[in-house]
Every structure is written in structure tokens, then in C-alpha cells.
Design a protein around this ligand. Structure first.
Ligand code: HMG
Length: 435
């Protein structure tokens, strides 16, 4: 079934109606959808088998980002995140990108790196030469350790020695992990080949483990947004475009800004990673190491003007899996994979990266116009109202009043809530404000 991710006004529906609409559009039985999300997707007895010392589980909101179009195909992106406005922002910017034809994405083969480290190597030049002379044998040895992966079309693709100086040599094994994130496979290879590597190089065996700087597994996304699609209340599209470019240049010059710029991108990207049961710490480690690869921490996504358009370019290493990992036991993560319906881990990585790019664009557009607080605070006000104790329809009433008063604080929310309950007690028949 070819999907359409344009669901205008979806956010205005009740949770119940959203579930119904989503189930129908996704071709998922609504009861399956509801039961996958019950208990946050994970019952305590299952959680107890995943990690140690479990005393309970911890839920987070599960939402859908809309309007995402990549290489001409529509995707609905599942997002798990606690921060207000992130999902709205990603959907909002994806809608603008759509007006320019959507995201264009491509990715490397899913190659992870296993590192085998040797210390106290007497002749490191000779050690590296010996490794190069035995590449075929080492590839075969590594593949013997992961026969299932080889059957699925993956396996060790290459071997690369690196001389780190002062007697330290590290040998990289490039492992094609297919649809797995690959940590276990890669570590298996590292341990299986290490004795032979030590024999060839001499010295003392060190660490044998994957590298999270998976720079052979990168995703590249571009988009072209017509200026008119960027226009905001009181802001001309071309001015917004130029504001986004200036914000990008600021991040390119200043690591303090680049960190926040990348945080805005990771807002959306991590949310997809989490919703599909993937390892966000691995993704974060790889992303930030890559952002610092030149010696200066830099933005992962940059923006330029091209004629009337705004053009975005993103490159990021991403190790995501669609098989194995927590999705085997976590019902909501499995649902996340069903929702995104990616044909491979590579395609899932393209979706996560595109949502990251959308998040970055939404934040820069807001910053370049009337600031982040207007849109963000309007949505943040709802969680503040809820924290103040508001329930049901009172959440929106309190949120609306504290946001309109420009005072989105817990104290203000408690005050408004108290006023509302006083007015309800004194006149139970009065209609609620704004209705
Ligand atoms: P708006 O212009 O009021 O939205 O924006 P709209 O009513 O015109 O709707 C446009 C589309 O946005 C909608 O399309 C929805 O897709 C989506 P439609 O469905 O109508 O066809 N949308 C929503 N989706 C779900 N729930 C909603 C909702 N509202 C609109 N309630 C919006 C409002 C908040 C989207 C906008 O102001 C925005 O994009 N702001 C940016 C907010 C943001 O970036 N938040 C991230 C957190 S801030 C942060 O941590 C990162 C930062 O530090 C990074 C950095 O410095 O770079 C800022």
C-alpha cells in the first residue's frame, strides 16, 4: 500500500481519534495499535529480562511525525520524546520541505568497524604490512565467526591496519551488518580474529570492540525549500531563508552554537531512533565524534540560499537496525518499526536523518523569526498546566491562559487552576472560557 503522510489537522484530534485515523492510514488493526502501546509497550516481567535490578518501567510519549517525503515516497515517522514542540516542529518543517519536492536521501552500505588494538608492537610498519598481506585470510576468519550474517548477505568486507604511533597498532575490520545495528556481530568478529592479528603483528593484545564512529555507514540528506514555504506571520519567505543561512554560518564558526544546532537536529533524529528500539547512545556518540572530525566541532547540517530556495545538506554516521535489539521484546518498538515501514536498516536511517533535518530547519526558522519561545512555549504550557494538577479540558484552559499572559510557569498555572476551580464552584452552569 502506498502511503500518504499528509494528514492535515491530525494534531487537533483526540488521542482516541488519532489512533483510529492512524490505524486506518497505516493498515494496522486499531486494537493491535492500542495493545502494543499498553504499559508503554513493555510489561515489567519482560523489562526484568532486558536489564538488571529492575523495579518497574518508565513510559514516554509515542507520537507520529507527518508530512515526511523522502525520494518521492511518503513515510510516517514514529517519535518517542519528552520535549514539547519537537514533533510539531518536525511535521511543520517536513511540510515545508515537501513543497520543494521532499528530502533526497542516500546512504552507504551498513558497514560497522570492529577495532582490534595491539600495544607494545616492536615494528609497527612491519605489523601493518603483515596485516595487508593476510587480508583474505583475516576476512575468511572473521566470516567464520558470523555464519548467519554471511548467509543474509553480510560479513567482513575489508581489513585496514592503522599505526597510532608509540608501538600502538589498531586493525579495523569492516563488517557489513545488513539490517542489524551490528554491535554484537562486530564484537564477535573482533574477538574471533584477535589471536591471529596478534600473531601477525606481535605486541600485546589490547581492546577488541566496535567503534561507534561508524563513518563507513553514513547517511546524506539534502532538501530544497522554496522561500515562499518559509514565510511566517510578518516575515517574508526570502528574509526567513536568509536568516536560516545566517544561523547556519554562525554554527559553522562557533562550536558553542554548533552544539545547540546539533541538539536541535538530534531532537527529531533521536526520537525516531528511540521509537524503533535503537541505541541512541551509540547514535549520539557517532554523531558528535563525526561533528568534531576536523578538530573543530561543527554543525552536521548546513543551510545555504540557492536562487529563491533554501538548500539543506546533512551528513551523519548512523548505525540503526530493523532486526534484533529491544524490538524483539518491546511491543511499542516493534510497532514503531511497523509504522515507519522501512524496507531496510539503511532506509530507516534515511528516515531518522530526514526527521533530524526537519527538526533543525524548524528550530532555525523559529529562531530566525519570532524566536523559539512562541511556538515552543505554547506547547510547553500544556505540560506545565498538567504538572500544576490540571486534568481533562482544564489542561488546555490553563495552558491557553498562562501562554496568553506570557507567564508559562508552574506558579502561574497553579494560580489559574485555583481561579478556574473557584469559578466552577461558584457557577457550575457557566460555560468554560474559549468554548
Ligand atoms: P505554526 O506555524 O503555528 O503551525 O507552528 P501551523 O498551525 O501553521 O501548522 C503547520 C504544521 O505544523 C501542521 O500542519 C502540523 O503538521 C504541524 P497541518 O497538520 O495543519 O497540515 N503542527 C503541529 N503538529 C502537532 N501538534 C501541534 C502542531 N502545530 C502545528 N500542536 C510550531 C507551530 C510549534 C510547529 C512552530 O512554531 C515551530 O516549528 N516551532 C519550532 C519549535 C521547535 O523547534 N521546537 C524544538 C524544541 S526547541 C530546542 O530544543 C532546540 C533548539 O535549542 C535548537 C536550536 O537552537 O537550533 C531551539
Amino acid at each position: 500500500m502506498r502511503r500518504n503522510s499528509r494528514w492535515p489537522g491530525f494534531y487537533k484530534l483526540s488521542v482516541e481519534d488519532r489512533r483510529r485515523v492512524a490505524a486506518e492510514a497505516l493498515g494496522i488493526d486499531v486494537d493491535d495499535l492500542i495493545s502494543a502501546l499498553g504499559d508503554g509497550g513493555l510489561k515489567c516481567d519482560k523489562a526484568d529480562k532486558i536489564i538488571e535490578n529492575v523495579v518497574g518501567t518508565f513510559s514516554l510519549p509515542f507520537a507520529l511525525a507527518l508530512n515526511v517525503q523522502i525520494n518521492g515516497q511518503d513515510f510516517i515517522a514514529p517519535m518517542v520524546v519528552e520535549e514539547p514542540s519537537v514533533v510539531a516542529a518536525a511535521s511543520n518543517a517536513a511540510r515545508m520541505v515537501r513543497e520543494g519536492g521532499g528530502f533526497t536521501a542516500e546512504a552507504d552500505e551498513p558497514i560497522m568497524i570492529a577495532q582490534v588494538q595491539l600495544d607494545e608492537v616492536v615494528d609497527s610498519v612491519r605489523a601493518c604490512t603483515r596485516i595487508r598481506q593476510h587480508v583474505g585470510e583475516l576476512i575468511e576468519l572473521g566470516n567464520e565467526a558470523v555464519p548467519g550474517l554471511v548467509r543474509r548477505g553480510g560479513g567482513v568486507r575489508g581489513v585496514e591496519p592503522r599505526d597510532l604511533g608509540e608501538g600502538m597498532v589498531v586493525v579495523h575490520f569492516h563488517v557489513d551488518c545488513r539490517d542489524a545495528m551490528g554491535a554484537n556481530l562486530v564484537n564477535t568478529v573482533a574477538e574471533a580474529v584477535s589471536d591471529r592479528v596478534e600473531e601477525l603483528c606481535g605486541g600485546r593484545m589490547g581492546l577488541r570492540i566496535l567503534s561507534n564512529l561508524c563513518d563507513r555507514r553514513k547517511v546524506r540528506v539534502t532538501c530544497r525549500v522554496p522561500s515562499h514555504a518559509l514565510a511566517a506571520d510578518g516575515f517574508d519567505g526570502a528574509d526567513v531563508r536568509d536568516g536560516v543561512v545566517r544561523a547556519s554560518r554562525f554554527a559553522e564558526r562557533d562550536p558553542y552554537r554548533a552544539a545547540t544546532h546539533n541538539k536541535g537536529l538530534m531532537n527529531g533524529l533521536d526520537a525516531v531512533v528511540l521509537a524503533t528500539g535503537n541505541d541512541w547512545r551509540a547514535v549520539e556518540a557517532g554523531a558528535h565524534a563525526y561533528a568534531a572530525r576536523t578538530g573543530q566541532y561543527s554543525p552536521l547540517c548546513t543551510w545555504r540560499a540557492d536562487h529563491d530556495d533554501l538548500v539543506g545538506t546533512l551528513e551523519i554516521p548512523l548505525s540503526l537496525g530493523t532486526v534484533g535489539g529491544p524490538a524483539r521484546v518491546h511491543d511499542a518498538a516493534r510497532l514503531g518499526l511497523r509504522v515507519v515501514d522501512a524496507s531496510s536498516a539503511v532506509e530507516l536511517a534515511m528516515v531518522a536523518a530526514s526527521v533530524g533535518m526537519a527538526s533543525n530547519l524548524a528550530a532555525l526558522r523559529a529562531l530566525a523569526t519570532d524566536g523559539i519561545q512562541r511556538g515552543h512555549m505554547a506547547l510547553h504550557a500544556r505540560s506545565v498546566a498538567s504538572a500544576a494538577g490540571a486534568l481533562g479540558a482544564d489542561v488546555e484552559r490553563v495552558a491557553h491562559r498562562i501562554h496568553a499572559a506570557g507567564n508559562v510557569t508552574l506558579e502561574a498555572a497553579k494560580r489559574v487552576l485555583a481561579e478556574l476551580s473557584r469559578s466552577t464552584t461558584s457557577s457550575t452552569s457557566a460555560p468554560p472560557p474559549g468554548q
